[in-house]
Design a protein around this ligand. Structure first.
Ligand SMILES: [Zn+2]
Ligand SMILES: [Zn+2]
Length: 417
């Protein structure tokens, strides 16, 4: 990349830093839950219009897309931020704490949104050098039920057609100036399980006259874990959790029905496809051996996020090229969590990276906690990396045509390779 351009990006982001930190605090004070991000979206629209960008709002209720057309024709890269907050009470003692009772930006989506506005400002300033387009996408409801999928359904990947996508997530486990990412599936396919065990009611003193749905459920929970330890390749990552179980009437009544709610997390798409059959097979065996029956529903939720190998390698080069002392932490560890940026990653070569925001006790607090906060020094870091990576992509250095984006192969977690 052109050295002059790199200097320009760094300077512009540094100059905008205070303004964007202020914006982040404004979002932090006025958090909104998924699909009701109206004020946040209106503020974004205002900023995007000031920049003279083509803006579309009201996509999937509250989503916003702003298009920056470069001076020359070329490919289009999409940068994505999520806008939603969580139903958590903010307990921090800071002037910018949430003013909304019981709602809080406890996952850093306020920072994601502010950083993306900042990147739009930087990139608009250097528009004469842009050989292609940038779509700035602000989506609702990442925390669930998901805003990415409905925005895609409403056509955000078209006009102009998107060729690649990028996103970031703040991360208290890394320091400001540090980023981390993996290649291939960096989190999990997440599916929802609804299971009901049917038995036969009876007097608690005469269990032999009924079928105890509670006792069968106990066997079911234990047996289903055997799928993971005995029926799946031990090198595969699979989690099966039942977080809710309900059944029974009183101490001396044999329960005729138990409902269970669970979540199934898988790294590979093949195992994701195989699991329902195995679950069904174990359920058949266990329930029939005790005379019970069952009904099973597995609802697919967010797919695993796939980081494209070429995009990831070029992201690393971009970080080093900025010459700001930023570094890529190689100890990235993938999670079994969900993230709906994954829907974009299933359509075009994509990369999502963790942006380090933890520097002391306060900012090392984990996300989804009442005391969550970030070290705001990370805000210009995110703006610089986004802006420089866009250039790399549009200059064709990042061709986005990775042959193996890791969908089939096992994860390679070393971005340096
Ligand atoms: Zn979250
Ligand atoms: Zn989040």
């Amino acid at each position: 990349m052109d050295q002059e351009l790199i200097k320009k990006i760094n300077l512009l982001a540094d100059n905008l830093s205070d303004e964007i930190i202020e914006l982040r605090r404004e979002f932090h004070m006025h958090p909104e839950l998924g699909f009701s991000e109206e004020k946040t979206a209106a503020r974004i629209v205002e900023e995007m219009k000031k920049l003279g960008l083509e803006v579309k709002s009201g996509i999937a209720k509250t989503g916003v897309v702003a298009l920056l057309k470069g001076q020359e024709e070329g490919p289009t890269i999409l940068l994505r931020a999520d806008m939603d907050a969580l139903p958590i009470q903010d307990k921090k003692d800071v002037p910018y704490a949430s003013k909304i009772e019981g709602v809080m930006h406890a996952c850093g989506h306020d920072a994601h949104t502010a950083i993306l506005v900042g990147a739009a400002k930087v990139l608009t300033e250097i528009k004469p050098w842009l050989k292609g387009n940038v779509k700035f996408l602000f989506q609702p409801a990442e925390e669930g039920p998901g805003g990415a999928e409905p925005m895609i359904a409403e056509g955000v990947m078209e006009n102009p057609e998107v060729n690649a996508a990028m996103a970031l997530h703040v991360d208290p486990y890394y320091a400001p100036g540090e980023i981390a990412f993996g290649i291939g599936p960096i989190n999990a396919n997440s599916d929802e399980i609804n299971l009901t065990i049917f038995g036969k009611g009876a007097h608690g003193a005469r269990p032999q006259t009924g079928v105890d749905a509670l006792a069968v459920s106990g066997q079911v929970i234990v047996s289903l874990q055997q799928i993971i330890s005995r029926m799946i390749d031990t090198r595969e990552d699979v989690v099966l959790t039942f977080g809710k179980i309900e059944g029974g009437y009183r101490r001396n009544v044999i329960a005729d029905k138990v409902t269970m709610e669970g979540t199934l997390r898988t790294r590979s798409d093949e195992i994701r496809e195989e699991m329902p059959r195995l679950i069904e097979q174990v359920l058949q065996g266990v329930t029939s051996s005790f005379g019970a029956t069952f009904s099973l529903e597995i609802e697919p939720s967010y797919p695993a996020l796939i980081n494209d190998a070429v995009m990831a390698k070029n992201l690393e080069k971009t970080v080093l090229e900025l010459k700001q002392g930023f570094n890529v932490n190689k100890n990235f560890s993938p999670s079994m969590g969900g993230e709906d940026f994954s829907y974009f990653s299933r359509l075009v070569p994509s990369v999502m990276f963790r942006l380090g925001t933890g520097s002391d006790d306060k900012t090392k607090c984990s996300a989804h906690n009442s005391f969550f906060d970030i070290d705001e020094k990370a805000i210009p870091v995110g703006m610089k990396i986004f802006s420089a990576a866009v250039f790399r992509f549009l200059e064709g250095e990042l061709d986005g045509k990775s042959s193996d984006n890791g969908k089939k192969s096992r994860t390679n977690f070393s971005p340096g390779e």
